[in-house]
Design a protein around this ligand. Structure first.
Ligand SMILES: Nc1ncnc2c1ncn2[C@@H]1O[C@H](COP(=O)(O)OP(=O)(O)OP(=O)(O)O)[C@@H](O)[C@H]1O
Ligand SMILES: [Mg+2]
Length: 220
């Protein structure tokens, strides 16, 4: 059974709608985890807002986000835990890594939080770092790595619990085009290997062309 994230008749405004302007207005979309999607549109059109809504980080003013046909507004703390640890992995535009820790320690964090054994987390993290071609850097402090390499750590870390979906917010936005295209190849490879659904905000038309579906948001 595929995992499905659905936005139905979703509205979002950041000014209590006093000006009658919505960032997102009556958006209905369905995402299944056997596909790859891009969210595109001009700066300010609401890509990050939509991604964060699909990640249940912010709530719609009106409308519903369904996870496998269950209304997320009524999720218990336990259901949210399962959602954040198993349904999605999030990658932000900037690589959020803990500078005091090594590459492998950063990658182990989701397992440590879930109180898995250190040995188990270490083994899993090393496998994921091999997937993102960072085996040689595993024991370096993250400070020693470039921006593109740090973004690959966050990719590996987001995959730690084998989430149904990877949600990525312009993961290559601050990288040169060669590094960026390498990371996109890697994301598609991870999709094929782990059957992880991809939902990615991007401005890059080359990336859009490589994905199954493209959602274009208009400026409101
Ligand atoms: N927390 C917030 N408070 C107030 N306004 C916000 C907030 N978050 C987003 N907005 C506004 O909502 C609109 C959409 O923002 P969003 O970040 O979703 O756009 P985006 O499409 O991701 O843009 P970009 O391509 O620049 O990343 C913008 O006008 C922004 O100023
Ligand atoms: Mg954005």
């Amino acid at each position: 059974m595929p995992t499905i994230i659905e936005a139905r008749n979703v509205y979002k405004s950041f000014n209590n709608n006093t000006l009658g302007t919505f960032v997102l207005e009556n958006i209905s979309l369905t995402f299944t985890n056997n596909k790859t999607y891009t969210l595109t549109g001009p700066s300010g059109s609401g890509k990050t807002t939509l991604l964060h809504m699909l990640a249940l980080l912010i709530k719609p003013d009106k409308g519903t986000i369904y996870i496998d046909e269950q209304d997320s507004a009524f999720f218990s703390a336990q259901q949210k835990m399962v959602f954040f640890s198993n349904t999605i992995g999030l990658v932000f535009q900037q690589p959020y890594v803990i500078p005091e820790l090594s590459v492998v320690e950063n990658c182990m964090l989701p397992g440590i939080i879930q109180q898995k054994t250190k040995e188990e987390c270490y083994k899993k993290a090393l496998n994921l770092l091999a997937d993102v071609e960072l085996s040689a850097q595993a024991h370096l402090p993250v400070k020693a790595l470039s921006g593109g390499q740090q973004q690959r750590i966050t990719l590996a870390r987001a995959l730690f619990n084998n989430p149904a979906f990877l949600l990525l917010d312009e993961p290559t936005g601050s990288l040169d085009s060669k590094t960026a295209s390498h990371i996109i190849d890697l994301i598609l490879h991870l999709h094929n290997t782990y059957k992880t659904g991809i939902i990615m905000c991007t401005h890059d038309q080359k990336t859009v062309a490589l994905m199954d579906h493209c959602v274009t948001l208009e400026h409101n």
